[in-house]
Design a protein around this ligand. Sequence first.
Ligand SMILES: Nc1nc2c(c(=O)[nH]1)N[C@H]1C(S)=C(S)[C@@H](COP(=O)(O)OP(=O)(O)OC[C@H]3O[C@@H](n4cnc5c(=O)[nH]c(N)nc54)[C@H](O)[C@@H]3O)O[C@H]1N2
Ligand SMILES: Nc1nc2c(c(=O)[nH]1)N[C@H]1C(S)=C(S)[C@@H](COP(=O)(O)OP(=O)(O)OC[C@H]3O[C@@H](n4cnc5c(=O)[nH]c(N)nc54)[C@H](O)[C@@H]3O)O[C@H]1N2
Ligand SMILES: [Mo]
Length: 755
Amino acid sequence: MAELKFHPYHQPAGGWGALRASMHSLRQQGILTEGTALLLKSNQAEGFDCPGCAWPDPDAHSTFEFCENGVKAVAAEATSKKVTADFFAQHSVAWLAQQSDYDLEEFGRLTEPMLYNTASDHYEPVSWENAFALIASELQKLDSPNQAIFYTSGRTSNEAAFLYQLFAREFGTNNMPDCSNMCHEPTSLGMPESIGIGKGTVTLEDFDHADTLLLFGHNPGTNHPRMLGTLRDAAKRGCRILVFNPLRERGLQRFVNPQDPGEMLTNHGTEIATHYYQPRIGGDYAIALGIVRYLLEQGTLDQDFIDTHTQGFAQLQSIALETPWADIETESGLSHAEFMEIGQIYDSGKASIITWGMGITQHKHAVATIQMLVNVLLLKGNIGKEGAGACPIRGHSNVQGDRTMGIWERPAADFLDRLATEFDFEPPREPGYDVIGSIAALEKGEAKVFFGMGGNFANATPDTQRVHTALSQCALTVHVTTKLNRSHIVHGKNALILPCLGRTEIDIQNGKPQGITVEDSMSMVHISEGMRAPASPHLKSECAIIAELAAATLPDSKTPWRELVQDYDRIRERISRVVAGFEDFNARVHHPRGFHLDLPPRSRRWTTPSGKAQFIAQPLKSITEDRFVPQSSARVFNLMTIRSHDQYNTTIYGYEDRYRGVSGARNICFMHPDDMAEMGFVENSPVDIISHWTDGERMARNFRILPYDIPRSCVAGYYPELNVLVPLSSHADRANTPTSKSIPVTFQVAGAYDQ
Ligand SMILES: Nc1nc2c(c(=O)[nH]1)N[C@H]1C(S)=C(S)[C@@H](COP(=O)(O)OP(=O)(O)OC[C@H]3O[C@@H](n4cnc5c(=O)[nH]c(N)nc54)[C@H](O)[C@@H]3O)O[C@H]1N2
Ligand SMILES: Nc1nc2c(c(=O)[nH]1)N[C@H]1C(S)=C(S)[C@@H](COP(=O)(O)OP(=O)(O)OC[C@H]3O[C@@H](n4cnc5c(=O)[nH]c(N)nc54)[C@H](O)[C@@H]3O)O[C@H]1N2
Ligand SMILES: [Mo]
């Protein structure tokens, strides 16, 4: 690894830097020529859905929308590098365990099924047939189906997700944790209580009509770069863009479109945020409450909308007016003058959209915060009209679709009823484990088989040490996967790696190429068809893997598993009869751009128990009140774990966090220069970071301090390295999302602990 370098970056986001980085990643993966052709097919009416983010595809564009991190995602999958049986013969698992996460994925695409051999400590080739027989026998051995856990990561297609949840339920369990539990679960829980559905209410077109955008806690320049095009168009129209983020993120400030020759020539680009506010980490509930209070005191409410469409106004009013401005300002970290400015701008808007990401969801008070943001919208009638609404920014490209297809540990009763009728079996009704629950069950030995449909459970989850121990106690771990990662190294007594096709690859069943479908962040469902030859002839599609697994495990199943996967239209036919909103699925999805799911709030229909949109409010809680304070006198900071520009979750593409000026290393921690001075730190000071929780301390060793424009007492570093510090028992109220953006930590000079 290169040495850590830190040079603050003053260029706009995008531009030449983005082009250079894209070309670099295509070259690194050995696919410069092929990759360029392939990219022209991503996010097109005919082509494949980019496995990067869940931002929707614009209707009007005919050429591809350039996105550096989309290029990296495609290049990572389409790489010419291969992990073969020979590779595993050469390298023991003990050796693999010494390799970095970056190196593990860089070895390339997995090419055939592998079974772990304890005697040799090597993964060895196994036939698909024997692999399925082993899983079936381990599953059948369990005392109860609830001893098995079926995890999903959000790249899985609708078709595979539907078959997978059906398999788990026919087997007899709702233990279906997914990455969503660590991501937008508070959105999925909070929004239905407020407006009846757990999804965003806007379409991409709404962004063309909004006059005010409020962006909370997400970093589009890195994590959904195609949104920058939308934001740039809005900014050019004079739309006010208010950003709320403790960090000054480059991509939210200025953007040069690499596809605009004029902008590239001047490298000047467009100013994105018209107003940039830097609250304390976790200050967003107070911000939303402050906006509510402003509206109540000095604003113009949409009284007509409130009277006709809502309930709970009086309670919101009393909570907001009883909370002193001083408390709102302290908790948020914003000044009174800033609140007056924000209030005035929002109040004068005719159509506003509020967006949010992980900076909102990965907190203890996430559900309450999301509901308060919805209150802000409701007070001005900003739901169910053009150019206005709620826009949670989803992560994985099909994480929203997976939930729609039933990947959920708490499935709705009417969904199970329809599943029961369609497939003629009695699905289990009791809720299953979510991610946190799964880890606890694995730790206690109450769960014994872990099956991962994609993802990297070992590294994406909090409390790394505990999770690794828990996984290694399993009787069997199975991973359906494209590339090697930590979860394959931290394995159970028996362990299988099952390599599958990626999104970019042609999926042939019964002699015919098949398409899969995905649902984006704005509820557009569309088809995705792979274009390139599979990385190896031994790969199977996720759908085929589930069908074979089900055929081996469930001999009495009435579901014609193999028949269904011979033609994915047959799976969609079944989906159309089970999942609400998917009627006539096959006909509608073959429309070039797919179709939009009906979202009742768009036409001001509220599927809440009261039939109204609900104002939900709770008194302002201090973000520090329930934090464990260490015994020592060491100063406590609030740590957030974020993504660098060069990673996709646990997949590390490289060591270049370009927009934040960091390169060469990832073991860094950003701190305010005045805090650094107070702590006696200089740039590059080596530190150990210690998190403090009721159940004890956790330590991340040998990190480097870097000065950054971040509020006092707040610090930031990268996920997944800092997951060792996130306690399992610290999570969002009710939603159980780990508080990855708010960890109480102290610092000491590196190595001091050992002396
Ligand atoms: N290239 C790339 N694309 C991705 C991913 C990736 O890793 N790489 N991951 C995908 C996934 S699964 C997801 S969920 C999304 C994640 O996309 P984001 O939601 O952008 O995720 P993070 O990088 O965790 O960034 C969180 C942002 O919130 C800010 N923040 C942190 N705490 C707070 C807070 O308390 N209040 C406020 N207002 N802001 C805060 C941080 O400064 C940071 O800018 O991206 C998806 N797309
Ligand atoms: N501290 C901290 N922890 C976090 C977060 C944070 O911000 N901070 N963010 C959380 C969030 S938002 C999320 S979504 C989770 C992510 O959790 P996961 O979804 O579990 O993790 P990923 O890193 O996205 O999974 C990467 C792996 O997926 C496999 N893969 C890639 N493509 C495919 C495919 O097409 N099919 C299959 N079967 N496998 C494939 C590859 O083997 C790759 O190694 O992490 C969470 N953890
Ligand atoms: Mo996510």
